[in-house]
Write a new protein. Sequence first.
Lengths: 142, 116
Amino acid sequence: MKINYTTSCSKTQLSNIRTFITQQLAPLQLSAIEKNQLVLAIDEACANAIIHGNLCNHQRTLQIELEINTSEIIIEIFDIGNYRPNEMNFMPRDFIDDCIKNKRKGGLGLQLMHRIMDNVRYYSRGEVNVCALHKKITINKP
Amino acid sequence: MDVIQSYTTEGLFKIAINGDLDASTVFKVDDVIRNAIKKQEYNILVDCKLLEYISSAGLGVFISHLDDVTAQKGKLVFFDMNETVYDVFKLLGLHNIFNIAKSESDAKILFNINEN
């Protein structure tokens, strides 16, 4: 079953997005660390879309589609920001030393997304940008 | 999210973060650390006892100030971090770069201050 959550492109909505994702993950038998990692990866994708893709234009909307099945969690995030999603499809290199030396903050979120998820893919669907996140999970049935 | 700043009895600058440190709240911590460095406070304790969540924006603010602190032979030391926040540091290997102590007294030892 797919569950949808729609919100505005405002940074202040990030905590509401995390609350929504946390509620959806709550019934799953995953550790607190695994759940937090999934929330973090989605938070990072949404923050990128809101801040960089849509310049915090709160009149625009961000849609999150979440699908949880017995072996996988699939998240798709849709927005209409003016950027080329295909350009986001690179595996960021390790650059922490460079960030420290040059006081850089950018790129850490994408790096976290790749470290947490099994697959991260950006693409266009017509005028809509899509960020698709996949994570294989093992749910132990009680 | 709230940031409370204080000084320990040993004169170390301490910030206590309460809540979620994300892209919408990080400016508060950035301002506090920036102002501390302006006042030449280079030994900074970060109390994480009430820090519930951190995203890349939160990590970024500490990364961006680390070089300024270490260049002055100062230290940025975190303590009392919960396991999910610590895991986020680990994901990027930052647990090997930052000083992360279990308790405030352990953190003070890293400043060569022994409470006993």
